[in-house]
Write a protein that binds this ligand. Structure first.
Ligand SMILES: C[S@@+](CC[C@H](N)C(=O)[O-])C[C@H]1O[C@@H](n2cnc3c(N)ncnc32)[C@H](O)[C@@H]1O
Length: 264
């Protein structure tokens, strides 16, 4: 269990409970998220790891995952139809569910993908499934230290985060977006957006209670502010009904697919 001060709360109907956190509690939540996402493999046997890989292999055609895929396919079509390559740099790409979503709608041809992923079993599975694409086994902190030399493919057509920036504390999430702005023409994410694009607009750390039983608090970043800091602006947003973190409880409001471009 995470022990943090949850006394500053925001109640918004239809979505998760939101809380403002101190800097100290921000560190605690991020450390907990990292332990959950990056160290699970040392706690699981091979059957447990195989179960996770299977879930993420199947996730590619979940209705919410098809929204990013179909919109990325629309963006890519003018390039790929003309025989060109549309390139995607994806942070936290797991074992490549996006590539399978694109494949499911016959939109994978002409797409080049570089994935950054810290969980080793995902990285190995991706390499096995997509040997012609590129996997960088790294976490957000490593990504922000990389330079253009590490990415000979740059500029990428898009940077993508699909339910990943929400796991990363604000300072590092901002640095990831700064790196994305350096390396990519556009920034696209499927994330929780109610802070800044919903009823609250706060600059301190805000988290949403994703799963009370597992003590999972994810970051509700203020994306309009973060993007403005890196010279980008939002040009479209499509709400997505996201499966509730408390399994079997339907979907939750507050997530969207956001497209941002460099300010003119
Ligand atoms: C909720 S999953 C989403 C996976 C995939 N993008 C999708 O849409 O299904 C979050 C992903 O972010 C990765 N991740 C977790 N913490 C991270 C960190 N600190 N830096 C980079 N990636 C991280 C996880 O290993 C996982 O692959």
């Amino acid at each position: 269990m995470v022990s943090i001060d949850l006394s500053t709360q925001f109640n918004i109907p239809g979505t998760y409970e939101l809380f403002a956190l101190s800097d100290e509690d921000t560190k605690t939540v991020y450390a907990y998220n990292k332990a959950f996402w990056l160290e699970r493999h040392s706690l699981l046997d091979q059957a447990g790891i195989d179960r996770i890989l299977k879930v993420y292999r199947a996730r590619s055609i979940d209705p919410d995952r098809m929204v990013p895929a179909s919109n990325i396919a629309k963006l890519a079509a003018p390039v790929t139809d003309a025989g060109g390559t549309f390139s995607i740099l994806e942070l936290g790409c797991a074992n490549g569910p996006l590539l399978r979503s694109l494949d499911a709608i016959n939109a994978l041809d002409g797409i080049y993908h570089v994935g950054v992923e810290p969980y080793e079993p995902f990285a190995s599975d991706y390499r096995e499934l997509y040997p012609e694409r590129r996997m960088i086994h790294a976490e957000a902190e490593d990504f922000v230290e990389m330079s253009a030399i590490d990415f000979p493919e740059a500029p990428f057509s898009i940077f993508l985060s699909s339910v990943t920036l929400c796991l990363i504390e604000p300072k590092t999430a901002k640095a990831c977006l700064a790196k994305a702005a350096e390396l990519c023409d556009e920034i696209i994410f499927y994330e929780y957006v109610l802070n800044g694009l919903g009823p609250i607009n706060r600059q301190e750390t805000i988290v949403y209670q994703f799963n009370k039983t597992l003590s999972q608090y994810y970051f509700a970043h203020n994306y309009p502010a973060y993007l403005a800091d890196v010279g980008f602006e939002i040009v479209s947003g499509i709400p997505i009904a996201h499966p509730n973190g408390m399994e079997g409880v339907g979907t939750v409001e507050g997530y969207a697919l956001i497209r941002a471009v460099r300010k003119q």
